[in-house]
Each structure stands twice: as structure tokens, then as C-alpha cells.
Write a protein that binds this ligand. Structure first.
Ligand code: UN1
Length: 493
């Protein structure tokens, strides 16, 4: 199948464009060809989006939201079908793929509800016979740039709040996962979303991403991806005075205290370290454990890891799927070698799996290191694969200090039975998300999603916070006194 851009409400051929293959990471099968668009296609899409936005902004938010309800129903109907495509395209196991589609459904209904809220403030005025309020106005045309690890959920986190608030969208999905974008595009089309409200342009960052960021009519860029790319987005966007919302890496830790329920901790760690084969920005890649329970926790972890079935995620018994591509496989392997050189000790895993039937896909063994020091490269850099390191500490204070010693601040977790430790930890852990007695993954769509320090630049996806990215505040004062009343001066009358 040759995928087509979706511009101005039409799937357009782009015959002349260069094409790239899209492959199933589980077995190397070619699934589709994706066009590598140029500045020309971006310009066309922005033109349609700009034209559409004037009308779209005038459609009552409640009516705009009706499209989102309809999109939510379609996603629900197609949930199983979409999950299958997601697993084939990206590799995560079918149960997780289905959960990801659910995240999109949840976002559709949540943001559809915003059609009847989009709350601003009404306030008293300091003057009599004067009315004061703030309203959210759309920003205009917004550009969204989404990654391959959550190809549908993250697209919905960004596009749904944008459109309910009256913006129009030009979306650049990852070239690794254009099939999910195509499926979402078909749904936009089926529900009759007016032409130009959402446009999809496939292509690379340097071509499509850059053209989008530099385009004078694109007012906001919302990006999720690596820190290296995010910094370039911010730099380029800054030069053009764009509002840039960045969601980037993580080096998330689970803290296990000496009073923790260790079996529960093992389950939480396994789920958040090896779910999506460790390719979540919220994935746990460090376990910070109290010295008194370190050995027992490690033994339990090793035997649980050895039980994990690795393979094609379409098989429901498989717990760990492939990683996205050959490059990722090599990068992960490289980090394991670095870890060994740094003096960390492998407890299990550490290799690519190349024996049949794994030889056609990109598989890496779920890996556990011990004797990891907080400042080692494998404890500081985001590996984005199934690699976990255990760091020993003596106290909660030390655990928190180790947790906070990385440049990222997305998610953290603590396992303990002590309510005092829980509250101390949630106060002092320097991350945008904190879990208690659960792993580091599993954010729900109605709370802000994002992190401190190198994880982002102060914005959030999801929840009400997402609306802040895609709206401008407008403060409206209505003076119905029939005379000039000067703020700050005529306040005695
Ligand atoms: C991501 O890894 O980029 O909380 C998103 C979670 C998921 C979303 C992850 N709901 O792990």
C-alpha cells in the first residue's frame, strides 16, 4: 500500500514524491510505503489549515466537540482492528496496543467534554458597572510532531485539544508509524471533519518538521520525541518566536524501600521496565533499592524476567515484543557494553536475539544490571529499550537524591507501606509524575502529562494543561457605566 498525505480533506497521491518502506519490526515484512514530503506539501497543508481555521473558530465549541464524540465512537468500534495494525507496525504486544487505542478513545471523550467547558474566569472588577472575564481563544494553525512509540495516543493528546479549542492542525507523524496516522486520517475523513481542519503530511524531520516550524502561519509546535531533536525544534522555533511545547526523554526510577511489598514491587518494575519493550518515555530504567532488601528483590526480579516470553506481539502469550528497528537494537546493545565497561554486573540478558524465528526481527533480551552507580552512563542516559539497572541506597533521603540526580524529570515511583515516607517522597521527587506502589508508567489522560528539567520546557500534554498549549488567554472588560472609568485611578467612585 502506498500511503498518501491527507491535505485539505483529500488523500493526495504525491506520485512524484520519494517513498520509504514501513516494516514490521517483529519479522521484517514490508507493510506499506510512506511518502517523504517536501516543503511544498507542508505549504499546501498550512494553506488549507489557515483557510479552514477562520471558519472552524466560529463553529461553536459544542459543535466542534460533536466531531470528537463521533471520532471516539469510531475508535471504539475499530479498537481491535487498530490494535492489530499498531502491533504490526510498532511491535508492542497486542494487549498494550489495545490499551493505547483506549487512551485515544478516552482522550476523544474527555476533550469532547471540553466543548461544554473550555472554562475561563469571571472576576469582579475594581470599578462599579464594569464586567471582567477571561476566555480561551484558539491560536490558529498548529503543527504537531509525534513519535513512533505511541503512534495513536500521542497524536490524540495533541490534535484533540487543538481542534476542540478552534485551531486547525498540520500533523507530521513519525515515518516509522504512518499506518496509524493513516487510520486516524480515515476516521477524520469518515466523520466529515471539515476539510483542512486536520492535515497529515508524512516525511522526515529535516524536511517536513523544519518546514512546519519555519512556516510563518504555524503559531504553535507541539513535539514529542528525543531530547536531541526537541532541542533543535526549540532552537529553530525560538528564532521564529513560536510557542513550542516539548515532551522528551526520561530516566525514570522505581524506589523500593525496606518495608515494601516486594512481590508487588517486582510486578510494577517488570511492567514499567519491559512493557512496550522499554520504549516508553515513562519506562523504568533504574531501580533504587534499600540495601536490606536488595538481594531478595534482585533474586525475585531475575526469576520473573526469565519467565517473560519474547516474540511477535500479535501472539497474546508474548510479554515483550521487538524494538523498533536495527538502529535501536544496536544502540541498546552499545549501552549494555558501556555498562559492562563501567563495572556494572549483568544479572540476566544483555544480548540481541538472532536465532530463528527471531532473526528476521529486532529482538533484545530483557536485561538486568546490578552494582550500578548513580553517575554511570547507563544510570544517566535514556536507553529506550529493555535495560534496567539496580542502584543500592541506605535511606529514603539517598534514594530521592539518586532519583533526582539525572537530567530528566518525567516519572518516578516509590514502593513502601509507610505513609510518612509516601508524602515526603511525593514532595521531594523532582518529576512531573509520581506513583506510589505502582510502576512508572500508566498515566491517565485527564491529568497533566510531562516532566521537569530536561524532559520538557514547562508545558504539559493531557488534562486541562493541554488546552494551555493550544489557546491564548483573552481578558475581556465590559464597562457599562456609560462614562470613562480609569482603572487604578477612579476606584473611589
Ligand atoms: C510515552 O512514553 O511517550 O503513562 C507515553 C504511560 C502512557 C503514555 C506513555 N500512558 O506510560
Amino acid at each position: 500500500m502506498n500511503l498518501k498525505n491527507y491535505i485539505g480533506g483529500r488523500f493526495v497521491d504525491g506520485e512524484e514524491l520519494q517513498k520509504e518502506g514501513v516494516y514490521n519490526p517483529a519479522n521484517g515484512e514490508e507493510l506499506a510505503k510512506v511518502p517523504l514530503s517536501t516543503k511544498e506539501e507542508v505549504n499546501q497543508a498550512v494553506e488549507f489549515a489557515k483557510k479552514a481555521q477562520k471558519e472552524w473558530a466560529k463553529v461553536p465549541a459544542v459543535k466542534r466537540a460533536e466531531f470528537l464524540y463521533e471520532i471516539g465512537f469510531r475508535l471504539k468500534e475499530k479498537k481491535e482492528h487498530l490494535a492489530q495494525i499498531l502491533t504490526k507496525e510498532m511491535g508492542k504486544v497486542i494487549e498494550e496496543a489495545s490499551g493505547e487505542v483506549q487512551e485515544g478513545i478516552d482522550m476523544a471523550f474527555y476533550m469532547a467534554g471540553e466543548g461544554r467547558r473550555l472554562f475561563g474566569e469571571t472576576t469582579p472588577s475594581e470599578l462599579s458597572n464594569k464586567f471582567a472575564m477571561s476566555v480561551r481563544s484558539p491560536v490558529g494553525v498548529v503543527g504537531i510532531i509525534t513519535p513512533w512509540n505511541f503512534p495513536i495516543a500521542i497524536a490524540t493528546w495533541k490534535s484533540f485539544p487543538a481542534i476542540v479549542a478552534g485551531n486547525t492542525v498540520v500533523w507530521k507523524p513519525s515515518t516509522e508509524t504512518p499506518l496509524m496516522a493513516h487510520e486516524l486520517g480515515k476516521i477524520f475523513d469518515e466523520v466529515g471533519l471539515p476539510e483542512g481542519v486536520v492535515n497529515i503530511v508524512y516525511g522526515t524531520g529535516p524536511q517536513v518538521g523544519t518546514a512546519l516550524i519555519e512556516h510563518p502561519d504555524v503559531k504553535v509546535i507541539s513535539f514529542t520525541g528525543s531530547n536531541a531533536t526537541g532541542s533543535r525544534v526549540a532552537e529553530l522555533g525560538g528564532r521564529h518566536l513560536k510557542k513550542i511545547s516539548l515532551e522528551m526523554g526520561g530516566k525514570n526510577a522505581v524506589i523500593v524501600m525496606d518495608d515494601a511489598d516486594l512481590d508487588l514491587a517486582v510486578e510494577g518494575i517488570l511492567w514499567s521496565a519491559f512493557g512496550t519493550t522499554g520504549q516508553r518515555c515513562t519506562a523504568c530504567s533504574r531501580v533504587i533499592v534499600h540495601k536490606d532488601v536488595k538481594q531478595e528483590l534482585e533474586e525475585k526480579l531475575v526469576s520473573a524476567i526469565k519467565e517473560l516470553t519474547i516474540g511477535n506481539g500479535l501472539d497474546p502469550s508474548v510479554k515483550v515484543g521487538p524494538v523498533i528497528n536495527q538502529q535501536a537494537l544496536e544502540k541498546i546493545h552499545q549501552y549494555v557494553k558501556i555498562g559492562l565497561k563501567e563495572g556494572a554486573k549483568l544479572l540476566t540478558g544483555g544480548n540481541t536475539i538472532t536465532t530463528p524465528p527471531y532473526d528476521k526481527g529486532f529482538y533484545f533480551e530483557p536485561t538486568l544490571f546490578t552494582n550500578v552507580q548513580p553517575d554511570m552512563i547507563i544510570a544517566q542516559e535514556e536507553i529506550f529499550g529493555p535495560v534496567l539497572g539496580v542502584i543500592e541506597v541506605n535511606s529514603l533521603e539517598e534514594a530521592i537524591e539518586v532519583n533526582n540526580s539525572v537530567k530528566y524529570g518525567l516519572s518516578s515511583s516509590i514502593f513502601t507501606q509507610d505513609v510518612n515516607k509516601v508524602f515526603e517522597a511525593q514532595r521531594d521527587l523532582d518529576t512531573g509524575i509520581v506513583y506510589v506502589n505502582a510502576g512508572t508508567t500508566g498515566a491517565e489522560i485527564h491529568l497533566p502529562f510531562g516532566g521537569t528539567k530536561g524532559t520538557g520546557n514547562g508545558h504539559r500534554d493531557s488534562g486541562q494543561a493541554a488546552l494551555d498549549v493550544f489557546t491564548e488567554w483573552k481578558s475581556v472588560y465590559v464597562d457599562y457605566s456609560g462614562k470613562l472609568q480609569r482603572a487604578q485611578i477612579d476606584t473611589e467612585n
